[in-house]
Design a protein around this ligand. Structure first.
Ligand code: G4P
Ligand code: NA
Ligand code: NA
Length: 194
């Protein structure tokens, strides 16, 4: 997706430890025109999947998620993150460990928002190790729904998330794939590479 790739080149800042800072258009300030185009691109890629809901995780997944849901004409659900939890029976809970932040969050979704048989598209801003996407997929499956696909805005292809999700049988579509972030440089996976 050329518009997104341009944004990453022009505004992305490489931090140490393989982290890309994109707070001028995705993680803090958000670019609504870009988000609209992201929603259109996911809708184009997942055309025919009969999606009934979009599921993301707060907070940075919400903008691409809502624009995708708008384009697909279905609701968006965002999973909530919390450190500790009062157990209740009306929510799905999954543990998600973040290697980037070295912390475990419990993510939750109210049972009333995913019905059995639902076809759910998972959307998130970043894919690294895939922990968040796996947690969201487990929630969909707990609910008796199925994962129609996983749409990622920026994939860090040097981390194993894409491969692990694919091996687990999920279809992953990433709008930009980053091969490396070494020495302050952003290298992209070329479109003809796997
Ligand atoms: P994983 O789910 O793929 O395993 O990723 P990981 O635990 O490593 O990611 C934890 C958080 O860090 C997520 O945000 C994720 O979006 C973000 N993240 C991972 N790598 C990068 C990166 O290179 N650049 C940026 N900007 N973010 C990255 P989060 O904690 O859920 O925060 P938010 O959604 O509230 O922004
Ligand atoms: Na994030
Ligand atoms: Na995120």
């Amino acid at each position: 997706m050329e518009l997104l790739r341009r944004k990453v080149i022009d505004e992305g800042i490489v931090l140490g430890q393989g982290v890309l800072k994109v707070d001028s258009f995705l993680n803090h300030q958000m670019d609504p025109v870009l988000m609209r185009e992201i929603g259109r691109e996911f809708t184009r890629r997942f055309n025919g999947e009969e999606i009934t809901k979009v599921l993301t995780i707060e907070s940075s997944g919400i903008a691409p998620g809502i624009m995708t849901a708008l384009e697909l004409d279905v609701p968006l659900i965002f999973a909530r993150k919390q450190k500790s939890l009062t157990l209740t029976e009306d929510i799905y809970v999954e543990k998600v460990y973040s290697f980037t932040k070295k912390e475990t969050n419990e993510i939750t979704v109210s049972k009333k928002f995913i019905a059995p048989g639902e076809r759910v598209l998972i959307v998130d801003d970043f894919l690294a190790n895939g922990e968040a996407a796996f947690g969201l997929a487990r929630i969909v499956e707990q609910a008796g729904g199925s994962v129609a696909g996983i749409g990622i805005v920026i994939e860090k292809s040097f981390q194993p998330g894409h491969r692990l999700l694919q091996e687990a049988g999920y279809r992953v579509e990433s709008l930009v794939r980053i091969a490396s972030l070494t020495e302050g440089q952003i290298a992209f996976v070329e479109d003809d590479e796997v």
